[in-house]
Design a protein around this ligand. Structure first.
Ligand code: UDP
Length: 499
């Protein structure tokens, strides 16, 4: 990489970006790196060998461009933390028992980063780290540079969880399925303790959560993958509540306007080539296909897969459905059932099942796609918004139930499938969490409804899509905020140079 040998000698601020090693956190941070570099910054992007290999074509594309981004591959401390070799990403953990060592590996990665500072990595002018890297702030403080936190989820989620914490709302709730009203919101929205907190169910996660809050309090600012026009009052209230500089700089996915970068985003080889999917979609009517995908972590057991499949058949919908390799392992009952389902769907020309990684942005932005059944991961929601596609919401865990509320109750661009019980990635066998085929059918029919209600949802989704694009364009709110981040760091750098 050119021009990175000594940043103190260049006028361009040098950012180190440290993502959490999980697809939903790394993908937007790669986009952020591109946007910062396009805005004149120099970026060192921290990754690990396995994670870098997964996005090799994307890295090559960036390296062939003029963007000043260096991908720094640090060894992931799997062995020290007790992780199987190669488990360098949350979606590669074979079992939930590895969550603890994975979380414990994160600060060890910090030790490696420190060893490389001034060697493989020039001393930076700012560190932007995923909120889960609570250790990163102390490195920034030693270097006397700003530390900015990157939050992946919606601002609605950030504001709500902070308010719940400050009002100690959950302390008084015994029954985790008793509904409570979210505090500090202009509209009445109910949640259950299970929906907002079930994932923080072990001392490991609790400790990490507390460390993250402390790191956030000490940080200089916060960048969020959202845009002001989508959730304006949340952004304002969150600014007030944290007392920090809060820069909404998204939707970051809009950096990828070209089909080539959309097709190779996130994973080296999509399970089905983008062109093949394009061709299949080209033959369908506008807005006639439902896309079904549950992100990179949520895994459905056989009992749930069959309910989804039967629900889709009953709704008579055309579809593209993404299932994970781990859900239909070879030789299992799930694989056998899926083969039969795929044969029927192909014969009736109803739909395609993608096994493995799908080029999600390519699918969502095709005009034939008229609805998205999603697990409510924030990236997926933003990608649907950018494409102007309404959603059938099916949250599983973490921020997803709150994201669902934002989409359905606040923005009016989604219909709820009706999931009530949270289900974690490796919690597949929770029988009570299985959502029945009737609910799937009803949600799909309602999502694709051509009546007044469906049309209004589509209109609103298109409107937010336009606002999202405007926010990222020159002069738009997110574009200005991104410039604000670069300016803030440049000003701090110049001040230090003057002293
Ligand atoms: N994604 C994809 N193909 C897949 C699964 C996921 O491209 O088969 C991308 C998706 O477009 C999004 C990210 O992976 O950018 C998933 O992030 P999200 O926040 O939606 O969910 P998570 O995986 O974190 O639960």
């Amino acid at each position: 990489m050119n021009g990175l040998s000594n940043t103190t000698a260049t006028p361009n601020p040098h950012f180190i970006l440290i993502p959490l090693m999980a697809q939903g956190h790394m993908i937007p941070m790669v986009d952020m790196a591109c946007l910062l570099a396009a805005g004149g910054a120099v970026v060192s992007f921290i990754t690990t060998p396995v994670n870098a290999a997964r996005i090799r074509p994307f890295i090559s594309r960036i390296q062939a461009s003029s963007l000043a981004i260096r991908f720094v591959e640090l060894r992931f401390p799997s062995a020290e933390a007790g992780l199987p070799l190669g488990c360098e990403n949350l979606d590669l953990l074979p079992d939930s028992k590895f969550n603890k060592p994975f979380v414990e590996a994160l600060p060890l990665l910090g030790n490696q980063l420190e060893l490389q500072l001034g060697k493989q990595i020039p001393i930076p002018d700012c560190i932007i780290s995923d909120t889960k890297h609570a250790w990163a702030g102390s490195i920034a403080r030693k270097l006397l540079i700003p530390h900015i936190i990157f939050h992946g989820p919606s601002c609605f989620y950030l504001h709500s969880t902070l308010s719940i914490k400050r009002h100690k709302i959950l302390d008084g709730i015994r029954d985790e399925y008793e509904k409570f009203v979210l505090p500090d919101l202009p509209q009445r929205i109910e949640m259950t303790k299970a929906q907002v907190e079930r994932w923080v169910d072990s001392p490991t996660w609790e400790k990490l959560r507390d460390e993250c809050y402390a790191a956030e309090e000490a940080a200089d600012g916060i960048v969020i993958n959202t845009f002001e026009e989508l959730e304006p009052w949340c952004v304002e209230m969150y600014r007030k509540a944290t007392g920090k500089k809060v820069w909404p700089i998204g939707p970051l996915s809009l950096y990828n306007m070209e089909i080539e970068s959309r097709a190779i985003r996130g994973n080296e080889v999509p399970a089905m080539e983008a062109e093949k999917l394009q061709r299949w979609l080209d033959e369908r009517e506008k807005g006639s296909v439902v896309f079904i995908s549950f992100g990179s972590l949520a895994r459905n057991p056989i009992a749930q897969l069959t309910e989804i499949g039967c629900g889709l058949e009953a709704a008579g919908a055309r579809f593209i459905w993404v299932v994970k390799e781990a859900e239909v392992k070879s030789g299992t009952e799930a694989e056998k059932w899926m083969e039969g389902f795929e044969d029927r769907s192909a014969k009736d020309k109803k739909g395609i099942v993608i096994r493995g990684w799908a080029p999600q942005m390519v699918v969502l932005s095709h005009p034939a796609v008229g609805g998205f059944m999603t697990h409510c991961g924030w990236n997926s929601i933003l990608e649907a918004i950018c494409a102007g596609v309404p959603m059938a919401t099916w949250p599983h865990f973490a921020d997803q139930f709150l994201n669902e509320s934002l989409v359905v109750d606040v923005l009016g661009i989604g219909v709820a499938v009706g999931a009530v019980v949270p289900v974690k990635p490796a919690d597949e066998e929770r029988k009570e969490a299985v959502v029945g085929r009737e609910k799937v059918e009803k949600a799909v029919v309602s999502l694709m409804d051509e009546g007044e209600e469906g049309e209004e949802r589509r209109r609103r989704a298109r409107e937010f899509g336009e606002k999202a694009r405007n926010a990222m364009e020159e002069g738009g709110s997110s574009c200005q905020n991104l410039k604000g981040v670069i300016k803030y760091v440049s000003d701090r750098k110049n001040k230090i140079n003057l002293i």
